[in-house]
Design a protein around this ligand. Structure first.
Ligand code: HEC
Length: 398
């Protein structure tokens, strides 16, 4: 019953997390595109009022005229829309999901004893320390090095090195599936940290200054912009890390941390390319696709690098009997899929159940190699090959 309710909690939290995540990243994509598409105001009166850029759009049957006041419109409008709960609710649902899945079940999901044998308490505290440490180091880099255009490049390079180190460490400490997710959650936490600690407080200071009739310090807007641009680069890498747990060939690859870094870097390059595209379109210039091309090439190299080894032909000779298959399943799967523990509501402790789940067994244990979870029961390649021959020959129950 407990496992069943946890599965529901997992489902509902995941649903809420995806919804809030769409709202947040959707808003982020929208504002980045808007910001990069702005052109100087056509009307001199608008420029005199402090408008720095404008964009016309058509959507849902109506025309929209956006105007951006880079520093201040000179007064505080009665109705002012803030963007923050999209971010906070994404973080809250995401952290709750991470807790229900990975922290609560640390010995199954977080720890891979063949990689690093430690206690659930130690693994959980280290995972939490990743979030805090990454935020503090990232924030320090931005505050000390992020000045001017060359500053942007230095910050970018330092943050990249930090993510490479975190990926390496995470993949050497935690089960591959958890390691990828942890790096994604760590970067996503920093994105929410940017909103909570810099972007929103900066906006509050600007509003307080306008209300007090004091001059507005443009540094708040510049800082908010810097963090908001970083968040844009983080979006695609984070989304990959969040989805990666469905793809055992990524987190289960030999040097899985390199795979993680390569795919995240490809995502950031592709995102950058889209930001440049908005600008190019606004000014009627040709779209520079080169960063997206590099990103796609990087993905291609990764696809090639993690390709499965060719199967030895001799192994394919013997057909597998159902008795052999049941032997393997009993030895390698029933521990977590029997009467006592029914992970994900899947039981494999009778002939009927094995036959019923033939397709799922093939997918999880042969194709994805996601099962046995972290190979806790030490299934061999020969046994996987046996399951493969059985399923591919028609999954007979004789
Ligand atoms: C150490 C425990 C453990 C072992 C051993 C294990 N599993 Fe699992 N299995 C799990 C857990 C935990 C889940 C739920 C995974 C999730 O929620 O992503 C699961 C999920 C599954 C699912 C459902 C996947 C889905 O997403 O719907 C199948 C099918 C499955 N296992 C098959 C197997 C097979 C076949 C074996 C043996 C070769 C096996 N498992 C061995 C723990 C285990």
């Amino acid at each position: 019953m407990e496992a069943y309710l946890l599965d529901w909690l997992n489902l509902l939290l995941r649903w809420a997390h995806i919804i809030t995540g769409i709202a947040w990243i959707g808003a982020s994509f929208y504002f980045v595109s808007l910001d990069n598409s702005l052109t100087p105001p056509k009307n001199q009166a608008d420029a005199d009022k402090g408008v720095g850029g404008e964009q016309w759009g058509v959507h849902g049957g109506g025309f929209y005229h956006h105007q951006k006041y880079p520093v201040s419109p000179g007064y505080v409008p009665d109705q002012l829309h803030w963007s923050m709960w999209e971010s906070y609710s994404t973080w809250l649902t995401g952290f709750a999901l991470f807790t229900v899945l990975y922290l609560y079940n640390a010995s199954t999901f977080l720890i891979d004893k063949t990689l690093f044998d430690w206690s659930p308490a130690a693994a959980v505290s280290t995972a939490l320390a990743f979030f805090a440490a990454f935020w503090m180091l990232y924030d320090l880099i931005c505050r000390t090095l992020g000045r001017g255009r060359s500053g942007d490049l230095i910050v970018g390079a330092c943050v990249f090195v930090l993510i490479v180190l975190a990926s390496w460490l995470s993949c050497h400490l935690f089960a591959g599936r958890a390691a990828f997710l942890l790096v994604g959650a760590m970067v996503a936490t920093t994105m929410s940290g940017n909103v909570l600690f810099w972007i929103i407080p900066g906006q509050r200071k600007v509003i307080a200054a306008i209300k007090a009739g004091e001059p507005v310090d443009p540094v708040h807007g510049q800082r908010g912009k810097q963090r908001s641009v970083h968040n844009t680069f983080f979006t695609l890498p984070v989304l990959f890390a969040m989805m990666s747990n469905h793809y055992g060939f990524t987190y289960g690859a030999k040097n899985n941390w390199v795979v993680l870094v390569a795919i995240m870097l490809a995502g950031a390059l592709i995102r950058f390319s889209f930001a440049l595209r908005h600008q190019a379109l606004a000014y009627g210039k040709p779209v520079p696709w080169r960063y997206a091309v590099i990103g796609v090439l990087l993905l291609g190299v990764t696809v090639w690098a993690v390709k499965p080894d060719a199967q030895p032909v001799s192994a394919a000779a013997e057909p597998a009997t159902f008795a052999q298959v049941q032997g393997v399943v009993t030895q390698r799967c029933v521990l977590c899929h029997g009467a006592a523990m029914q992970s994900k509501n899947v039981r494999l402790d009778s002939a009927d159940e094995v036959a019923k789940h033939a397709q799922a067994i093939y997918q999880q244990a042969v194709v994805l190699k996601a099962m046995p979870m972290n190979n806790a029961t030490q299934i061999t390649d020969g046994e996987r090959a046996l399951l493969k021959r059985w399923f591919e020959a028609g999954a007979s129950t004789k």
